[in-house]
Design a protein around this ligand. Structure first.
Ligand SMILES: Nc1nc2c(ncn2[C@@H]2O[C@H](COP(=O)(O)OP(=O)(O)OP(=O)(O)O)[C@@H](O)[C@H]2O)c(=O)[nH]1
Length: 591
């Protein structure tokens, strides 16, 4: 349980981490792929140029994801530490976790500004002329644009020249005549044939010249290989540089090929878009407690309904059929008494007549409701006691601690002052578990160390709750098998000690029953009732593969109130017990 609860708590940290906006530098990396000036023969440029860039981008993204995942894990452990050592330490570790996470992101985020001279291969003055790959990668990693007047001549310019030479060799005459003095119109004349991408790039240049503000323009001299002589840069270089800059991306998206822009067609034309539309995510159907109850009891009900249906196929109701039905009902844990009630009612209504499986289910639901209705009672709190003491008992793992948490949430949510006592001194995890519930439900908590005397702790908690004027004190106890005499004697002692402070205490003794248990639950109630004076029941895990029939048998035999049912591990998964809902679910009758 503790694990399940802890998971729930830390999803916030994770969510919070997950919600961190993606580093804005990712977009500029992708841009060059889309905007590399295309006049280089297509078989040369894209395969060589894009692949390394794409790899780098994918690696970066992976690194970012990993860093985020790491950060998400750090935060929960910090919070978990909070539960153990107090808030001061938590804050510190949480801060550390946050710092680490920031640090990780800083490391992996692409740097928005060009690295200093010397750190950028092939761009330092006098550096080795880079390969074409390296050149393209460099450009992709250089987010800021530089006005065309500041474009390079040295170092990095070498790369441009290299590529220009290659392009010319490949038969492209497009850039041969591009010089700083050539106008855009003149350049256009030389471009034959001209590609769409050229045009798009030209548009980008034109738009950028007119309106786009340069995000970052490093001063001359800070751009390796671009310092002096920038005036003499070629149009080609200007084009490519613009294309590689973030601000040129919108231009590309606004191109005629942009599928998202709605074209206005002449009269007589219509557009159609056969691409599958993105469907909005279907709303997550929330399974309510009743559906979970039905699901949990489905095994019992479908088994029963199936057997009943086959029993009553083309058969008039006679003595033998009634006997077979009674056996079926007893096997379903409903108990002899309830089984006989059902067969008697059926016989009185339908003896000698045709009977369908639905008839039997309906009568069964009615009779089970009659058995359960008297025990489906609210848990009464006598708030004249300050506190009203609730002792929670039961066999190991039946859900005591979880149920205490759920009860505390309901009570403190209603404005009552609640104190919890960690009387399960056998299990360290149980103490921690209750502390977490106390924190979560804003309840006070009294606990002692592992192995401490549970009765002594209960006594002290009662005194403390009185001093603090708590409305309700809920005492957890260690789980114990009903046949362990020594442990049952300890439980008896707890009750006795509490009675010393108030003869009526404990005012309520709640026993939790695991709905998956079956017949053994009957005996559990029998013994705990005798030893600890159980005054009411809570059946847990009715959302699992429950054998809910046993609750009917217990109710018929012990007539103890059933206050709540547990339908899950969450804080809200405790519902008041409703006889008809439960009976319908077992009989498989629609509500
Ligand atoms: N599905 C489901 N699980 C439950 C429910 N109530 C409790 N549990 C789970 O049952 C397990 C045992 O619950 P605990 O509250 O630790 O039981 P306990 O009786 O205090 O256990 P001990 O201290 O060992 O006796 C945990 O994993 C709980 O999350 C319920 O209504 N539905």
């Amino acid at each position: 349980m503790a694990i399940g609860f802890i998971k729930k708590i830390f999803s916030f940290g994770k969510g919070a981490v997950e919600e961190k906006p993606a580093p804005p530098q990712e977009a500029p990396e992708a841009a060059p792929d889309a905007t590399i000036p295309p006049s280089v023969p297509s078989e040369d440029l894209p395969d060589q140029a894009r692949e390394p860039a794409a790899e780098a981008t994918a690696e970066d993204r992976t690194a970012i994801e990993e860093a985020k995942a790491g950060a998400a894990e750090i935060a929960p452990s910090a919070e978990r530490a909070a539960n153990e050592v107090g808030s001061g330490e938590v804050d510190a570790s949480a801060d550390t976790a946050a710092d680490e996470s920031v640090a990780i992101e800083d490391e992996i985020a692409p740097h928005p500004i060009s690295p200093p001279v010397g750190e950028m291969p092939g761009r330092a003055e006098g550096g080795e002329p880079p390969s074409e790959h390296a050149t393209l990668r460099d450009e992709a990693a250089t987010p800021p644009s530089v006005p065309s007047g500041h474009l390079p001549h040295k170092g990095g310019e070498q790369a441009v020249d290299d590529r220009t030479a290659q392009e010319e060799t490949a038969g492209g005459n497009d850039l041969a005549a591009s010089t700083e003095t050539e106008t855009e119109a003149e350049a256009t004349k030389h471009r034959e044939p001209e590609t769409n991408a050229d045009l798009a790039a030209d548009e980008a240049v034109a738009m950028d010249d007119e309106s786009a503000a340069m995000p970052i323009s490093p001063p001359v001299g800070e751009m390796p290989g671009r310092a002096e002589g920038g005036e003499a840069s070629s149009d080609r270089a200007a084009l490519r540089d613009d294309a590689a800059t973030p601000h040129s991306i919108p231009s590309v998206q606004l191109s005629p090929q942009d599928e998202t822009a709605a074209p206005s067609l002449p009269k007589g034309f219509a557009t159609s878009d056969k691409r599958p539309k993105e469907q909005p995510p279907a709303p997550q159907a929330k399974v309510n407690w009743y559906q979970r109850l039905r699901r949990g009891l489905a095994r019992t009900s479908s088994q029963l309904s199936g057997q009943i249906a086959s029993l009553f196929t083309k058969r008039k109701l006679d003595e033998a059929t009634l006997q077979d039905l009674e056996d079926l009902l007893i096997q379903a844990d409903l108990g002899v008494e309830t089984a006989m009630r059902i067969t008697d009612t059926l016989a009185s209504e339908r003896y000698g007549k045709d009977v369908s499986g639905e008839d039997v289910s309906r009568i069964m639901a009615g009779e089970i409701t009659k058995v359960l209705a008297p025990v489906a009672k609210p848990l009464e709190l006598d708030l004249s006691h300050k506190p009203h003491v609730i002792l929670v008992v039961g066999v190991n793992g039946t859900g005591k601690t979880t149920t205490i948490g759920k009860l505390a949430a309901k009570l403190s949510g209603a404005g009552l002052k609640v104190m919890l006592a960690a009387g399960d001194t056998f299990r360290a995890a149980a103490i921690e578990q209750l502390k977490i519930w106390a924190e979560r439900t804003k309840s006070d908590i009294v606990s002692s160390k592992l192995g401490a005397d549970a009765a002594g702790l209960a006594y002290e908690a009662f005194q403390l709750a009185r001093e603090k004027k708590s409305d309700v004190l809920i005492i957890d106890t260690a789980g114990r098998l009903q046949n362990k005499a020594e442990l049952m004697a300890e439980l008896e002692k707890i009750v006795r000690v509490l009675g010393k402070l108030d003869p009526d205490a404990p005012h309520t003794v709640l026993q939790t029953l695991d709905a998956t248990t079956g017949q053994n639950a009957l005996q559990q109630v029998e013994i705990f009732r005798n030893v600890a004076g159980v005054s009411g029941l809570i059946m847990t895990k009715l959302d699992g593969t429950a054998r809910g029939g046993i609750l009917v048998a217990i109710s018929a035999k012990h007539k103890l109130p059933v206050y709540f049912i547990g339908v899950g591990e969450g804080v809200d998964d405790l519902e008041p017990f409703e006889a008809k809902d439960f009976a319908d679910a077992i009989a498989g009758v629609a509500a």
